[in-house]
Design a protein around this ligand. Structure first.
Ligand SMILES: [Zn+2]
Length: 56
């Protein structure tokens, strides 16, 4: 794990380097009031580390 922290939505996420590309942020503990309805194990955009991330 490269880092861990709280996402903007309140979920606790861990950042993992999987490939040579951008690291992945995975939900470790979903916030009960998460507006995105994240669940543990979900891969989320690493918004905190990539402020220019696009939102589909
Ligand atoms: Zn969330």
């Amino acid at each position: 794990m490269l880092a861990s922290g709280t996402s903007a939505c309140g979920c606790l996420v861990g950042v993992y380097q999987v490939w040579a590309g951008a690291p992945l942020a995975v939900v470790d503990h979903a916030h009960t009031q998460c507006p995105h309805r994240h669940r543990q194990g979900d891969v989320v955009d690493n918004e905190s580390a990539t402020p220019t991330a696009e939102h589909a």
